[in-house]
Design a protein around this ligand. Structure first.
Ligand SMILES: [Cu+2]
Length: 884
């Protein structure tokens, strides 16, 4: 990624002044210093929230691990809004909380496993502040491992952002860390561990910043999360080593037998021909999905006509949730902490780390279900509101994987890259996953796309420009949809062009504006049900049937900010980030590079940064920016919503813009925990920042941070069979791998063979693996033979170094060609893990030494399989395979 450094310092200074002035106007805060003590904080919570520590309590006595030990007494500069409390100021009301982090044993799904509790609970307590407060939070790390707590979506000074090794040193075990920041924004946020994989096992909770006046209706913080009884490190290892145990648990193997049963065997074969393994909408099998720490919750004190405000936080590590309510539509009033013009929907999806404020109405004196269903449909959590007869929400059915596979086939090029076939997809309006959702199939022919989401993409290439971009600088996707992004509010000419710059604007239509009004009028219409055939999408003909009425599902194009969000004037820079991934090896990258493979991206205070995100991977990614809100361009132009997370679906292009108003280092990353840890992120670093007192050696810290995505993972397997021991192991990371393979007979006739490879995966899809290694074998000679190349066959006695490469062919067959130090060539074709049935895997191997083998294993547990195979040297065998 190239970065263009700006123009003259003079221009920069001028822009900075304008920028700051504009930023102040834009933040729109009704903030006046320090009068909070005169206000009664919002009290109408329908569940218990944390009780602040009394202001008169003494500071904690334990060891303070901040570098700046006096931070509690000092002033802390607020980010963004430029709010600054003078040292010793009595103006600001300080609200203090003490969080005690402890290792604890959790009990979900009938098993005990390790979790992390905050003040003895999971999720941690809801911390409530009023805008204008100074937050003072003591984090007491009473666990035996380091931690760090990130305040998600909060605009604060960089050293308070809580990212281990980036903005602070990890909080050492049995020490206390002090976080202190002025609360300069109102809305629903949350906090979570930003150290290793801790977020998965419980260190998270809601953070509510109230305005001075909030609607006085019962309010419920709703924290959604996912729970696995497996250690998160083990989850991570399994994801990286192509274990299909999670698919087995989720009934999502998509095996041949299932394909045949579904009448989709051809689809499956084509899928494998294109070198795709079975894919799912999510990676991890979870034992439980939780709402406020429980699978089911009940709050009875509501009656007919009551309105309830749910402040929903998706604190899951990797789960998207579908939300619906059996009593009423969902009125969405805020997203990622920012108010939006209320919009009524029937259902909606919430991505990991997003927050939504939703108002629901209790229609009768009964108990109604707020249902959060995991996107992969393996479970759900709920909150029942009201008392009396239970009215359940309609549960969501199983996914139709083969329909999704069919869709993927039509979009996947054999190169492994995605082809959107010239359509512009953006803002979640066209949900590819919906193909797999049976309730939509009930409306047979119900199209999954809104007409306004499909149009030809005017691809302008990947060039980056310095300075203020013109119309050409933005992808056709955004411009065609929302009018000219450079000239917001400008209507298209009769010729369908922006009259200011001539950019073709295909679809700035009154129809879109109307959709907006429909949203405003709180009336659901089947607006996203019309399929436009002009996209000419192969393999989707069956979906191009007539319009049907369908449930109104929230998408980002329906979110309208309550005020103008246009950025202050400033120099512009545009980044194009292509989200890239490799499902087979669980590599997640931006522009095919991990965090550790890139440097920090330098930015300058006062700049406006535009990120054009294109998702060229097969999964959706919730991309989160620390410490800043960005505007997500949509149909509302100057009222495009402010967010801190954008969920981007496969093949979508989304445009976000933010004003560089802070200083320090800020993480931009996928909020699927395991994707982030694999390296899907970038660091934005302000030039000429003051030294972060909590991170005096940022280069050292960055080295530590980079270790996350350089991790090696081990997979090993051994078949204890009647004719010998067959095994293999792989120890690999993003690019490098060590492979070992052995066949050990029980007698001299069967002998032994050991082969090793050390190499590097090449290219984005990593089909190619050049290696060096040894081939070491001996068994009692039979007669002298020739191999298929007419060379002397040394298969029974060979002790050589070799040099070779593996290449994954269509149908996932691995071609392995090598030459040894005697100059002998060798070729081999093989495939493991051919999914015959959900638990039965076949394998075969054939090579130029005239060796061959084939076999199968039936997977009993995550550790054990029963297996049988035939080997041209060792004959038939059967045994137990142990897989780690
Ligand atoms: Cu991701």
């Amino acid at each position: 990624m190239k970065i263009y450094i700006g123009r003259s310092a003079l221009l920069f200074a001028w822009v900075l002044i304008i920028g700051i002035t504009m930023a102040k106007g834009q933040t729109n805060l009704t903030f006046d210093h320090g009068n909070n003590s005169r206000f009664t904080p919002f009290k109408s919570f329908a569940v218990q929230v944390a009780r602040p520590t009394s202001p008169s309590s003494a500071p904690p006595s334990g060891k303070i691990s901040n570098m700046d030990k006096d931070i509690a007494q000092k002033s802390v500069k607020g980010a963004g809004a430029g709010i600054h409390f003078a040292p010793g100021s009595i103006e600001a009301k300080t609200t203090r909380y003490d969080l005690f982090i402890t290792d604890s044993t959790m009990h979900y799904a009938g098993k005990k496993s390790k979790g992390i509790a905050v003040n003895g609970q999971l999720p941690g307590p809801t911390l409530v502040f009023t805008i204008g407060d100074t937050a003072l939070i003591y984090v007491h790390n009473n666990t035996d491992e380091p931690t760090a707590v990130h305040w998600h979506g909060v605009q604060l000074a960089n050293q308070m952002d809580g990212v281990a090794y980036l903005t602070q040193h990890p909080i050492a075990p049995h020490t206390t860390y002090i976080y202190k920041f002025p609360v300069v924004q109102a809305g629903t946020y949350w906090y979570h561990s930003h150290y290793a994989l801790q977020e998965q096992i419980g260190l998270y909770g809601a953070l509510i910043f109230n305005k001075r006046t909030e609607p006085d209706i019962p309010t419920i913080p709703v924290v959604l999360s996912d729970w696995t009884n497996m250690k998160p490190g083990e989850v991570d290892r399994r994801l990286h080593t192509a274990s299909d145990w999670f698919s087995i648990k989720k009934h999502a193997v998509q095996s041949y037998s299932e394909a045949i049963k579904a009448g989709k065997f051809g689809v499956k074969l084509l899928n494998e021909w294109k070198r795709m393994k079975a894919m799912d909408v999510s990676d991890v099998y979870y034992e439980a999905f939780l709402l406020n720490g429980k699978i089911s919750n009940q709050l009875q004190n509501f009656k007919k006509g009551d309105k309830v405000r749910l402040r929903v936080v998706n604190g899951a590590s990797s789960t998207y949730f579908w939300l619906k309510f059996s009593g009423s539509k969902l009125m969405v009033v805020a997203n990622d902490g920012n108010d939006v013009v209320p919009v009524l929907v029937d259902d909606m999806i919430i991505g990991p780390s997003e927050t939504y404020d939703i108002v629901v109405t209790i229609p009768e004196d009964k108990s109604y279900q707020f249902l959060a269903t995991a996107e992969d449909r393996t479970g759900a959590a709920s909150l029942w509101l009201g008392s009396g007869k239970q009215v359940a929400a309609q549960p969501l059915g199983r996914l139709k994987y083969f329909e999704g596979m069919k869709m993927m086939n039509s979009m996947m090029k054999t190169s492994g890259k995605m082809d959107d076939m010239g359509m512009s997809m953006t803002l979640q309006t066209m949900d590819m996953n919906k193909v797999m959702y049976p309730e939509d199939a009930a409306l047979e022919g119900h199209a999954i796309m809104s007409d306004h989401t499909m149009n030809r993409r005017g691809d302008k290439g990947m060039a980056m420009k310095e300075g203020e971009p013109d119309c050409d600088d933005i992808s056709g996707a955004a411009s065609a949809l929302y009018g000219c992004p450079m000239h917001p509010g400008v209507k298209s000419s009769k010729a369908g062009k922006c009259p200011k710059c001539g950019m073709a604007l295909e679809l700035v239509s009154s129809k879109m504006a109307k959709h907006g009004q429909e949203g405003d009028a709180h009336e659901a219409h089947g607006v996203n049900t019309v399929m436009n055939k002009t996209g000419g999408m192969k393999g989707m003909d069956e979906m191009s049937a007539p319009t049907a009425m369908a449930a109104q599902t929230l998408n980002y194009n329906m979110l309208q900010a309550t005020h103008n969000t246009v950025l202050p004037k400033g120099p512009w820079r545009t980044f194009r980030f292509e989200l890239t991934g490799n499902m087979n090896r669980y590599v997640w990258t931006i522009n095919n590079k991990t965090v550790s493979e890139t440097d920090k991206i330098l930015i300058k205070k006062g700049e406006n940064l535009r990120i054009i995100l294109y998702n060229n991977s097969m999964m959706r990614h919730p991309m989160h920016l620390h410490g800043h809100d960005f505007r997500l361009l949509n149909q509302y132009a100057e009222r495009s919503p402010m967010k801190n997370v954008v969920d981007i679906m496969p093949m979508e292009t989304d445009t976000l813009e933010f004003n560089a108003s802070e200083s320090g280092d800020w993480f931009f990353h996928c909020h699927i925990l395991y994707h982030m840890m694999s390296g899907m992120g970038r660091i934005f670093s302000y030039q000429d920042s003051l030294v972060n007192p909590e991170m005096p050696h940022p280069e050292m810290g960055y080295k530590m941070l980079k270790m996350d995505d350089r991790m090696f993972h081990l997979k090993a397997e051994n078949d204890f069979a009647s004719n010998g021991n067959d095994g293999s192991l792989v120890y690999g990371n993003t690019r490098w791998a060590f492979q070992g393979e052995w066949r050990l007979g029980y007698n001299n006739k069967d002998g032994y063979e050991v082969e090793t490879h050390f190499g590097r995966y090449m290219g984005q899809m990593q089909w190619l693996f050049p290696y060096v290694g040894v081939d070491w074998r001996h068994r009692r000679h039979k007669q002298e033979e020739k191999d298929i190349f007419g060379q002397r066959n040394t298969k029974d006695d060979r002790k050589v170094f070799h040099l070779g490469m593996q290449y994954t062919l269509p149908w996932l067959v691995v071609l392995d060609g090598s030459v040894d130090h005697h100059g002998y060539f060798r070729m081999q074709l093989s495939r493991d893990d051919i999914p015959l049935t959900p638990r039965l895997r076949a394998n075969f191997m054939v090579n130029s030494d005239r060796e061959y083998s084939f076999g199968g294993k039936y997977i009993l547990t995550k550790l054990f399989s029963v297996s049988s195979h035939y080997d041209s040297d060792m004959g038939w065998g059967a045994g137990i395979t142990v897989t780690y």
